[in-house]
Design a protein around this ligand. Structure first.
Ligand code: DUC
Ligand code: ZN
Ligand code: ZN
Length: 471
């Protein structure tokens, strides 16, 4: 009788702090031994020549999320988690969105029904609070936090989602009392609306002008306002999808004053620029790159890299928000309404499968960050930040055997035809990548191998979470 269900032998284990060669023994879905040589196992994997890292934890993805105009997202739980597995992830955190006028609890239950039995890897839900009624603030939200939904997002823009300043202050106070972490989408609504109106008056309606309307100044202003509200209420916050140096400066300003302000950035802010939204000569192809906040320019990419290195950023997430370019029945980015103004282009880009390869290739392979920092940003810190550590995001005895085997030498371009997501394009098409995941292991089971998904819907489980380490 072999001692282990699985042995992973001879690879270079990389954690957020260490790098060493050892065997890993797995039993009952957990890591039970790490040693220079372990005994027999029912299944043996030779990992020599490969990096052995914690499976990716993508802490910011949108799957099957309802939209106000009825546009259907290109990924549901089945396709989104398949793509995530192929991209080296073992846990993703999508958002259970409260639609205005509805009970938050009811929305969470509906979201569970969509996930149930369909996940290839593990999932846990953040909440989105869009309608902070007394019932939501006094009862539903506190009860949900106690049930393991320990983080929620608020928006400072979008007509159907935005909270005003007094609502932000109210929800921050609930978060502080209940030990939940608030994730803030920081873009100034009125400024965006104002610039949009001016652009439209001048006939500037192409997708490129989305990047002008969603100015970094509006992002910086909202970041500072969110920080001020957090300071007033003594509440830790996470600024999500930070696009460049202006909001980064506000985050550092806050930290110098001892405020707990965490920060996230995403692949689009190191791999794209606003020039991508121009398409070829201001054509509609640019809609494929419309996301909020939008990508900025090359100098802001350099600032983001500096922040990834120096700890300004805690977490690197995909912000996967997939829409088809040519959706059925004129839905998707290329819809007739969107062609009348950038403001109707669905906001968001797909990236759940390409997050880890892009950061590894542009970061580790090009010498900008270490492999240890890569693990911290993509697995360990997300797990710590959102109450999943040390079960997730670590390679240690007792942790779930969620492991990605990585071939740091493998070179291939990103191509839509190789991806598993439901979108009909990737904004990263043709990007040359050095370093790809070759095997994704979820609680001891191989769910992706050499670019093919071997896991099935139902392999993934729902995870209730504890509080963030930072609240
Ligand atoms: N915010 C997100 O977090 N994702 C997609 C679009 C948006 O505005
Ligand atoms: Zn957002
Ligand atoms: Zn998002």
């Amino acid at each position: 009788m072999p001692e282990f269900d699985l042995a992973i032998r001879g690879g270079t284990i990389v954690t957020a702090s260490d790098r060493y060669t050892a065997d890993i023994g797995v039993r009952g879905g957990r890591i039970v031994q790490i040693a220079s040589r372990i005994t027999s196992a029912a299944e043996e994997i030779d990992a020599s020549g490969l990096l052995v890292m914690p499976g990716g934890v993508d802490a910011h993805v949108h799957l099957s999320q309802p939209t106000s105009d009825g546009t259907v997202m290109a990924d549901d739980f089945a396709s989104g988690t398949r793509a995530a597995a192929a991209g080296g992830n073992t846990t993703v955190l999508p958002f259970a969105l409260q639609e205005k006028g509805k009970s938050l609890r009811a929305c969470v239950q509906e979201y569970h029904a969509k996930a149930e039995g369909n996940c290839v890897i593990d999932v846990s839900f953040h909440l989105i609070v869009s309608d902070p009624t007394p019932q939501v603030l006094g009862q539903e939200l506190p009860a949900l936090v106690r049930d393991g939904y320990t983080s929620f997002k608020v928006f400072m823009t979008y007509d159907d989602l935005k909270l005003d300043d007094s609502e932000l202050l109210e929800v921050f106070e609930v978060a502080r009392r209940e030990r939940a972490l608030v994730m803030v989408h920081a873009e100034g609504h009125d400024a965006i609306k104002h610039i949009t109106r001016k652009l439209e008056e001048q006939g500037k309606t192409a997708p490129y002008y989305h990047a002008i309307a969603h100015s970094e100044i509006a992002e910086r202003e909202a970041t500072h306002r969110a920080i001020s509200h957090a300071q007033l209420t003594d509440t830790p916050i996470m600024i999500v999808h930070v696009s460049g140096p202006d909001p980064m400066e506000q985050i550092l300003w806050a930290r110098r004053r001892g405020l707990k302000v965490l920060a996230e950035t995403c692949p689009q802010y190191i791999a794209l620029t606003k020039q991508d939204l121009a398409g070829l000569n201001m054509d509609f192809e640019g809609a494929k790159y419309v996301c909020s906040p939008p990508p900025r320019d090359h100098s802001s990419q350099e600032a983001i890299w500096q922040g990834l290195r120096d700890g300004t950023f805690d977490v690197f997430s995909s912000d996967h928000a997939p829409f088809r370019f040519d959706g059925p029945d004129n839905t998707g980015k290329n819809n007739p309404n969107a062609r009348t103004s950038f403001k109707w282009v669905p906001n968001g880009i797909p990236g759940i499968e390409t997050r880890l390869p892009i950061l590894f290739s542009e970061g580790v392979s090009k010498g900008r960050i270490t492999a240890e920092r890569f693990v911290a940003l993509t697995a360990t810190n997300p797990a710590r930040t959102y109450g999943l550590y040390p079960r997730k995001g670590s390679i240690m005895v007792g942790a779930d055997a969620d492991i990605v085997l990585w071939d740091a030498q493998k070179t291939a371009p990103i191509r839509q035809e190789d991806l598993h997501h439901g979108a009909d394009y990737t904004p990263f098409e043709g990007m040359e990548i050095t370093g790809w995941p070759v095997r994704t292991i979820l609680r001891g089971k191989t769910v992706a191998l050499d670019g093919a998904v071997t896991g099935a819907p139902g392999d993934g489980a729902y995870l209730a979470r504890g509080p963030s380490e930072f609240v």
